[in-house]
Ligand binder design. Structure first.
Ligand code: GDP
Ligand code: MG
Length: 177
């Protein structure tokens, strides 16, 4: 049967990191369920969601963890990061302060995870064109300097959401396979 023909299965833990209200929970809701919450509170966060992907005919599962609001108290626990092989480092392009926090989140990530954790810098809320405070070039520049992938996304209009998660999953797969 089909189940037995599968040669290998992969399960990758990926964490969402970044300041409160940058859109982490909505990126996950958009990716995993194609849903969006216009006035979400941190309470919508679930512990994690598992998404299946097919790469080279192999079933790859991404187990994506959401902070569920812990970051508001700067109390993201080491258990949250433990075993993560991928990360989305998220800021809000309409709030510079959230971009300024990226260095701190990157330090925290590298404190708790392997230095080789596959990381993408994500400038979310790209739909808020008139409110932009962080130019695309600045995000791209930071990503290049730190050796991160980079993408601007919108959980509201869906742009690049799947691409951002898939970039991380595919890179992890390429490294580990
Ligand atoms: P979290 O604290 O990082 O998990 O952020 P949330 O996902 O809870 O989102 C915080 C707020 O930003 C909510 O009111 C969302 O509706 C809103 N939001 C999230 N993503 C986007 C986006 O891409 N565009 C816009 N315009 N708003 C967004
Ligand atoms: Mg959240």
């Amino acid at each position: 049967n089909e189940e037995e023909e599968k040669t290998e299965d992969y399960l990758f833990k990926i964490v969402l990191v970044g300041d409160s209200a940058v859109g982490k929970s909505n990126l996950l809701a958009r990716y995993a369920r194609d849903e969006f919450y216009p006035n979400s509170k941190s309470t919508i966060g679930v512990e994690f969601q598992t998404q299946k992907m097919d790469i080279d005919g192999k079933e790859v599962k991404a187990q994506i963890w959401d902070t569920a609001g812990q970051e508001r108290f700067r109390a993201v626990t080491s258990a949250y990061y433990r075993g993560a092989v991928g990360a989305l480092l998220v800021y809000d392009i309409s709030r510079r302060q959230t971009f300024d926090s990226i260095g701190r989140w990157l330090n925290e990530l590298h404190t708790h995870c392997d230095m080789n954790v596959v990381t993408i810098l994500v400038g979310n809320k790209s739909d808020l064109k008139d409110a932009r405070e962080v130019p695309t070039a600045e995000g791209k520049g930071l990503a290049e300097a730190q050796g991160l992938f980079f993408m601007e996304t919108s959980a509201l209009d869906s742009s690049n959401v799947t691409a951002a998660f898939q970039t991380v999953v595919k890179e992890i797969y390429n490294i580990l396979s």
